[in-house]
Structures are given as structure tokens and as C-alpha cells.
Design a protein around this ligand. Structure first.
Ligand code: G4P
Length: 190
């Protein structure tokens, strides 16, 4: 998606060969018109898949997922990385480890918001090694539903996430695929 690639080249910053800073338009400050265009692109791509629900993980996946849900006229469910006393009821949970951030969390969703028999589209901001996506697959499976597509805003194509998801039969649609990056240059994969 050219508009996104332009934003990455003009406003993104490679911190090193592995981490791309995009806090000026995606993770911290949000470019809302860009998010709207991203949502419309995902909606167009996944239009004929018979989807019934969009799922994302807090927090940076929310903006692109919300615009996708709006464009497709579907409900959006945000999977939580933290639980609280007021989050009770029938909860589905799985542990996710983030290699990029060196952290781990209990990915949690209320069963009532992820019922059985749903056809799910997962939207997320980054795909690296795919741990977060596999956490979502696990919860959707626990719920008795099915992930029918994965939409990613920025994929780090030099990491294993895409291949791991493809090996599970998951169709991954990434709007920008980064082949390599350094302080001087960001290169996209086709
Ligand atoms: P994985 O799920 O694909 O295995 O990814 P990994 O564990 O390595 O990273 C998970 C977290 O790190 C996610 O944020 C993801 O958005 C973020 N991340 C991964 N690579 C990059 C990168 O190159 N640049 C930036 N800016 N973030 C990256 P999170 O913990 O879910 O945080 P949030 O921002 O969504 O709250």
C-alpha cells in the first residue's frame, strides 16, 4: 500500500536492523486518515471471506482494526494484555511471549465477546515472529471459532511470523513488508 510505504519512508525510523519506530503515525501519535485508508484496504481485500467479527490486540492494533470494522460493518473485539478485578465471567486465556520487547503477558478475552461459530479476521499493527498471532489463534480455537484471515499493517518479512502462519494454513495480507532496514535505508519486499 503506497500511502503506508510513503509514511514509513518519510516518518518511520529504523532504531537498528530489527526495530522500526513508527510512533509518529501508528503507535503513539496516530495518523487517522492513514488508518481510515488502511481499514478500507483491509475491507476490500477480505470482502468475500464471509467474516463475522474482527479481533485485535491492545493497544496499537486498535486504530487500524477499528477502521477495518467500520468499513466492513462488523463488531470489533480487543484482546486484553492485562486483566483486572472488574474483568470477570467466563475468560479465555493464553500466555504470549514477546521476543521484541522481552516481556510476557496473559492474552485474555471474555468468551461472551468471542463466542463459538464465528469467522474471525485478526488485524494487528506488526508481525514479527508471530507470537501474538498464535496467541489469538489459540484463544479463537478455545472459543470454538475460526480465524479466516490475518491482516497486518507492517510485516517484518525477515522474521519468521509470516512463514509460521502460512505453515498453519493462515492467509496473511500485509500492507507493507519490510525486507531489511538500517539507519540509512528501509527496503520493502514484494
Ligand atoms: P510477534 O507477536 O510477531 O512475535 O512480535 P513480538 O513478540 O516480537 O513483538 C510484540 C510487540 O512488539 C508488539 O507490541 C509489536 O507491535 C511490537 N513490535 C514488534 N516489532 C516492532 C517494531 O519493529 N517496531 C515497533 N514499533 N514495534 C514492534 P505490543 O507489545 O503489542 O505493544 P502495543 O504497541 O501494541 O501496545
Amino acid at each position: 500500500m503506497q500511502m503506508l510505504k510513503d509514511a514509513i519512508l518519510e516518518r518511520g525510523k529504523a532504531l537498528n536492523q530489527d526495530v522500526l519506530l513508527v510512533d509518529s503515525f501508528l503507535n503513539h501519535q496516530v495518523d487517522v486518515p492513514l488508518m481510515k485508508a488502511i481499514g478500507e484496504e483491509f475491507a476490500k481485500h477480505f470482502a468475500d471471506k464471509g467474516l463475522t467479527r474482527i479481533v485485535t490486540i491492545e493497544s496499537s492494533g486498535i486504530a487500524p482494526a477499528a477502521f477495518t470494522a467500520l468499513a466492513m460493518g462488523l463488531p470489533l473485539v480487543i484482546m486484553k494484555k492485562q486483566t483486572s478485578k472488574i474483568m470477570n465471567g467466563d475468560l479465555l486465556q493464553t500466555t504470549v511471549r514477546s521476543f521484541t520487547k522481552g516481556t510476557q503477558y496473559e492474552l485474555t478475552v471474555k468468551h461472551e465477546f468471542l463466542p463459538a461459530g464465528e469467522k474471525i479476521l485478526l488485524i494487528d499493527d506488526f508481525l514479527a515472529s508471530g507470537e501474538a498471532a498464535f496467541g489469538v489463534l489459540n484463544l479463537v480455537q478455545q472459543a470454538g471459532s475460526e480465524v479466516c484471515g490475518v491482516g497486518i499493517v507492517i510485516e517484518k518479512a525477515f522474521q519468521s511470523g509470516h512463514q509460521r502462519l502460512a505453515d498453519e494454513g493462515m492467509g496473511v495480507y500485509s500492507l507493507a513488508r519490510i525486507a531489511s532496514m538500517s539507519a540509512d535505508a528501509i527496503t520493502f519486499a514484494e
